[in-house]
Design a protein around this ligand. Sequence first.
Ligand SMILES: Cc1cc2nc3c(=O)[nH]c(=O)nc-3n(C[C@H](O)[C@H](O)[C@H](O)COP(=O)(O)O)c2cc1C
Length: 403
Amino acid sequence: MKILLAVTGGIAAYKSLELCRQFIKAGHQVQVVMTESAKAFIQPLSFQALSGSPVRDSLFDETQEAGMGHIDLARWADWIVVAPASANTLAKVRAGMADNLLTTLLLATDRPILMAPAMNRLMWQNPATQENIAVLKQRGILLMPPAEGEQACGEVGAGRMPEAVDIFAYWQSLLAEENNATPLANVFWKDKKLLITAGPTFEDLDPVRFLGNRSSGKMGFAIAEQAQKLGAQVTLIAGPVNLPTPQGVERIDVRSARQMFAAVQQCYAQNAIFISAAAVADFALAQSSEQKIKKQAGQEGLTLELVKNPDIVAWVAEQKPKPFVVGFAAETQNVIGYAQDKLQRKKLDMICANQVGENLGFESDENRLTLITAGVEKALTTSSKSQQAVELLDYIAEVIEAS
Ligand SMILES: Cc1cc2nc3c(=O)[nH]c(=O)nc-3n(C[C@H](O)[C@H](O)[C@H](O)COP(=O)(O)O)c2cc1C
């Protein structure tokens, strides 16, 4: 995820270095923006070293393409986190001012904003600040309440900036709420190790031709992204797809079913849950040619000899000990019947029956899954693959916790 971390002029500015580190450690991309006052407290170079990119601090930056840095930054970010947020910046944002890079981009964004105000306790209690806070909340800006305790000025009370780990955890909990995941799923997935396969497999015929299928990988990638947002440690084994790696997810790229099998064999034992969302080819070429196969003069046909590929999900389900195994069954007809048969035959813990066709399933952004365990069927309504992923992760948490 792309995080724009804004630092304003407060004594707690140094704590944002650790916050920056927390985001980076969790696999996010960070761009730091500082106000002029912030630079009186901490050197931009420290943030640059941690985030890997120069700090942005000027509204009128000739080095930025098209001279529209504030708009570009506002669009670039998935989230904007202002920590510490000074009383001054809170007041300016409430008033809708746009007199520096930060206030201008805050006005020019539709991305979620989290602010962590930090100031002297009397500045915090001042009705002007409290009124500003109330108005900002009403407008949908998310505010993390300051911590209480001894302050840099020697006074004691509310106004301290919370520790970086606490701000990071608070932000993660906001992310989870954004996901609509259940409270159970939020607790369950934290630090859980999850292995996912996604996408098609390609079985090479020769250096330029292959047998493949129309799986886009979007469902598996959506599950990986949502699980990571819930705090899971996700390894994603991807067939040949053209999709960006979700932030914080470890990705292993493979091409054929045999390569995918080898990667799964390497990884499955370290994981508590295995979701097999890949459309693995049932058969591979008995022999693939090292050179491009040429058509012979007068040749009217070509017979290909295929051999069975390993059944990856069934293999994992046979292991002892084994992870909780979730399979997928993509079908065009008798979807539930085929899925139930696959669940029993391959001894899976759960199967997601997946209706293909009518703008659903393969290559589509929408899906309609029916989640099936021994004896229980839960039909989801058609929605985006991200939403289906959240509901699947909720249900896995519910089933495992109830067992
Ligand atoms: C030593 C010192 C410490 C300060 N600490 C804070 C603080 O913790 N919180 C705050 O809101 N303002 C604090 N200020 C005042 C801000 O730096 C000042 O209001 C500034 O205009 C904020 O600018 P900015 O919002 O553009 O960053 C402090 C000022 C000084 C000189």
